[in-house]
Design a protein around this ligand. Sequence first.
Ligand code: NAD
Length: 477
Amino acid sequence: MSDYPQTQLYIDGVWHDGSKERLSIVNPASDEIIGTVANAGRDDLNEALAAASAGFNIWREISGFERSKVLRNAAQLLRDRVEKIARILTLEQGKPLAESRAETLGAADTIDWFAEEARRAYGRVVPARSPNVRQIVIKEPIGPVAAFSPWNFPLNQAVRKVSAGLAAGCSVILKGPEETPASCAELVRAFVDAGLPAGVLNLVYGVPADISNHLIAHPIIRKISFTGSTPVGKQLAALAGTHMKRVTMELGGHAPAIVFDDADVDLAVRILAGAKFRNAGQVCVAPTRFLIQEKVYAKFLDGFVRAAEAIKVGNGLDAGVTMGPLANGRRIGAMEALTVDAVSRGGRIATGGERIGNRGNFYKPTVLTDVPLEARVLNEEPFGPIAVVSPFSTYEAAIEEANRLPYGLAAYAYTTSAKTSTALGRDIQSGMVSVNHHGLALPELPFGGIKDSGYGSEGGTEAMDSYFNPKLVTESV
Ligand code: NAD
């Protein structure tokens, strides 16, 4: 308990408490209260808004070349501090230490990539229709950003928004995750220690709806970026629309994973099991609907169940543990309800299907079969360690099921046919399609969904562009 830090707000270059009563932090592996986080009131938010406004005026004038140096310093500090940060992350979120280390080092890579982009935010010269006219498109930072990031990846959801915004020359007010605040605060500390001027990056925690209602509506804020559930995303997008604010929404998913008869089944089992149970399934791009062509169904199911049963569930700090607890008690309730519903409709539990013990939020890696399409688990994002495995006969049937839901974030497929692979890239309705490997979420790649999974991108040059206004300057000389 003693090595878990008390988390404060960071506003206008100062770490301090909020005006409201601090909130408790629970270790999801033990149910123990391990610390508290500061809770922002209206005055704190107004202070953050004023700081972000002043910070923007400073930061936008600093060249991309210099901004890049600060960002790269921050990346190096994260690497230097990886052991400390990873331990904090596991204590508050539950994931195994190896995943926490990977998340911290991945955050450093993300910062580095956007640092490079800061130096390459070129505009365009558009050839004119008249010889004496010059038309220039300049990329200007959009302004102060309100960024809302969740508890499943306390560093990596926040770092995408913060790095892209800062690289572009924006200031940021980050609302970090109240349930896992200290690792996110360490991310902010790295930027602060790297030399970011006061006011450019501000960190708040509190009552999410109070904060988002105040920040999104406020005229100082010019851009909103939110990662979280689809229902909340829709509310925030509606509010942003009322105030004509630019929005990036990274919301829920219900990824299909299609394995064809001609696939390398062992490869599919290994990679898909890793993708399903990483972070105990609390990943927006986690595969959930496993669609397996009839000839390889039995082989895939057998291998996947064995892979699920080989997972060692426990405290993320313990050696050898490959899946930690769910991050909060709400997820246990959700897993139990989805499993009971599926079984009541004829679904069968191939493995798992129940909580482990009554201390901490541990749930068995679960594989369900024979689940009818009306079951909740085949329509709602489980956001936990449940996989539903179903057979299919034809390519068309698999595509129809893959595209059935209003979600469209990630999709996976395994096939050795180049023709099938190309067709999948065309036919699957989702923001990301990964064939024969798990190829998502690198900083240089666009990351985002379509339909109810949101819009905009959290990676690649597409992410940077969402923090710029393109300004046309046309001059006749
Ligand atoms: P939730 O919908 O209450 O919260 C999801 C996230 O949104 C949290 O980080 C929360 O702090 C934030 N939030 C909630 N209301 C908000 C508001 N009015 N303004 C600003 N932020 C707000 O649910 P939850 O129990 O925390 O998570 C459950 C569901 O959320 C999951 O089933 C999953 O679908 C979704 N989720 C998605 C991601 C993702 O990576 N896309 C991450 C976390 C949660």
